[in-house]
Design a protein around this ligand. Structure first.
Ligand code: TYD
Length: 136
């Protein structure tokens, strides 16, 4: 499946916690960041996602809490857990994702390659399978 689990550079400072960072382009995201968004205030057992993107590429990470992400490219499914602020998922286009909040108030951050465009979404799973079948 066309995604990778990536390490986000992190610096530990003895008694002052940890600072994590990445930089667009130079840090090999593979795209320039056009948009950054985050989701918070979500209760445990909430399901979000339920869509794929036609062009959008994203880096997802969870700086606080635990989020389970089920990825599906129409051929196989993979389960990924985001529970470490210094790890992320670099998702290429064309991957269906369902996201489950495993604890209250987990935060999902996303660095994205494009501005928001509802036409880039596929929100119907049958439509997604059909789109994937068209030689993608
Ligand atoms: P959506 O991407 O469906 O959220 P999730 O996959 O986490 O459940 O977005 C939810 C709503 O927010 C949808 O109506 C579109 C809107 N939205 C924007 O207006 N701008 C954005 O950058 C994003 C990500 C969503």
């Amino acid at each position: 499946m066309n995604y990778t689990r990536v390490k986000i550079k992190s610096m530990k400072t003895a008694s002052m916690g940890t600072l994590s960072f990445f930089e667009g382009g130079t840090d090999k995201l593979g795209f320039e960041i056009k948009r950054f968004y985050y989701i918070y205030g979500v209760s445990k057992d909430t399901k979000r996602g339920g869509h794929a993107h036609k062009r959008l590429r994203q880096l997802l990470f969870c700086p606080y809490g635990i989020i389970k992400i089920i990825l599906d490219d129409g051929k196989e499914k993979r389960i990924e857990i985001l529970d470490n602020p210094s790890e992320g998922l670099l998702l290429e286009a064309g991957i269906w994702r369902d996201m489950y909040w495993e604890v209250d108030d987990a935060v999902l951050c996303v660095a994205a390659s494009e501005f928001y465009d509802e036409n880039d979404y596929i929100r119907n799973y049958e439509e997604f399978l059909k789109w994937k079948g068209e030689d993608r």
